[in-house]
Design a binder for this molecule. Structure first.
Ligand code: SF4
Length: 424
């Protein structure tokens, strides 16, 4: 009998379509069992692994524990990815012989009191496009993955704080999550209005005290402020009248969006020259004058101003994709606490809502790189895969400086303005 039950994001479908994108971008950390198993497989040049090619790269180990990841080919692909875009381990020995991280991707498991919340990584295009079998139908397989990676003491995990210094028990924390999901689920208004409501709700939570409020009374309070936030932003809210983001806010945002656009991989240049190039990019993004530096191959250098003019209505399916993105992250506890740099719930909401302008800024850049002035569905899909690659995973996004930028944007009231600005 398992020691936890699973909370699945029932709105999501997924099956692997063998596009090999994950094998080209993620660092795959291997357990001791994975490493021993792969070593027993005895890979040779006859299998397509060049003579002398290491299979693993050692990380850490100076003062702390060392661990290993799969090595990469010079173009950043996994050492086991073949010329057809297929996994050599899977092809030769079958799926169970692959490292556990490859088998569970794109699923992610996070503590949620007596349950474990399941989320998905939207760096996989099939997740973004909702392609494949319903996650609910895959409960048995997901359960098997969870049994292998979820620690036995998962139910002892502390809930995330609500705001700094304010920590409630799991049942109360999950009341916040439920109301938050309800705000994103309201299908009477576009996703942009739902984001404005969510930001208003999070701002009210930030100003409230919860030391004398719990249980059903807390639930009622959260619903009351959700209703007030929903009434403040209706379908006919004049988005065009929302003020543009402040100059400081735009500069902080560009730096952040540029970092999201970078999609660092293990093929990234980590030399001194590479670091200086990153510094020059950061300066250009902060200044916002001249051309946006092409941070990866899919982008062309274009004028900053080209990303700031209106791009017209979003493609018809963008609302569904973005709504599902936000709901899966919320339901899967993939936006605060353990899954997101240990940040409190309100800060996690701010970071999550910022994904809307980040995705649209990247999508605009992809479209402009292609000479277009309006967005297509593929721009949104690609932008979500690029941005979510980093969100919650890149160590840079959990640093003091990055978190300070998120807080500054919230304090300046610029997150809602950025959503409205890039949503037009
Ligand atoms: S990115 Fe998704 S669809 Fe593509 S190979 Fe990886 S898991 Fe499969």
């Amino acid at each position: 009998m398992s020691h936890f039950s699973l909370e699945l994001p029932t709105i999501q479908n997924w099956s692997c379509h063998s596009c090999s994108e994950c094998c080209k971008q993620h660092g795959i950390f291997v357990t001791a069992e994975d490493k021993a198993r792969i070593e027993r497989q005895e890979w040779t040049a006859a299998d397509g692994i060049p003579e002398g090619q290491p299979l693993f790269v050692k990380e850490g180990g100076w003062l702390g524990k060392a661990w290993y990841r799969l090595a990469h080919q010079p173009d950043g692909s996994c050492v086991f990815l073949d010329g057809e875009g297929l996994c050599r381990v899977h092809a030769k020995y079958g799926e169970p012989e692959k490292p556990i991280a490859c088998r569970i991707y794109p699923y992610a498991f996070h503590p949620a009191g007596s349950k474990v919340a399941v989320s998905l990584r939207f760096s996989c295009p099939s997740v973004v496009e909702n392609r494949g079998r319903s996650v609910t139908e895959q409960r048995k397989e997901i359960r098997e993955y969870a049994n292998q990676v979820v620690p036995a003491n998962v139910r002892e995990a502390q809930p995330p704080e609500i705001t700094p210094g304010c920590r409630l028990g799991w049942p109360d924390l999950l009341r916040f999550v439920e109301v938050l999901d309800g705000l994103f689920a309201a299908d009477d208004v576009p996703v942009l209005i739902r984001l404005l409501r969510t930001l208003s709700w999070a701002g009210l939570i930030e100003q409230s005290k919860f030391d004398k409020l719990d249980g059903a009374r807390l639930g009622e309070f959260l619903e009351i402020i959700a209703t007030a936030s929903s009434e403040a932003f209706r379908a006919d809210t004049p988005i065009g009248e929302i003020a543009p983001p402040s100059r400081i806010g735009r500069s902080q945002f560009r730096l952040m969006a540029g970092q999201y656009a970078r999609k660092d991989t293990y093929a990234s240049d980590r030399s001194l020259g590479g670091r200086l190039r990153l510094l020059r990019m950061a300066l250009a993004l902060t200044r916002g004058r001249g051309s946006v530096p092409a941070v990866q191959e899919c982008f062309r250098e274009i004028a900053f101003g080209d990303l700031e003019r209106p791009f017209g209505p979003l493609p018809a399916d963008a609302d569904e994709m973005l709504t599902r993105y936000f709901r899966v992250k919320v339901q899967g506890m993939h936006f605060c606490g353990r899954a997101f740099y240990g940040v409190p719930l309100v800060e996690g909401v701010y970071s999550l809502t910022l994904m809307y302008p980040v995705v649209l800024w990247i999508a605009r850049w992809l479209a402009a790189s292609d000479g277009r002035t309006s967005l297509e569905t593929a721009d949104i899909v690609n932008a979500i895969t690029i941005a979510d690659h980093n969100h919650g995973y890149s160590p840079a996004f959990g640093t003091w400086g990055f978190r300070r930028r998120v807080k500054n944007l919230a304090q300046l009231g610029d997150i809602a303005k950025l959503c409205a600005w890039y949503g037009r």
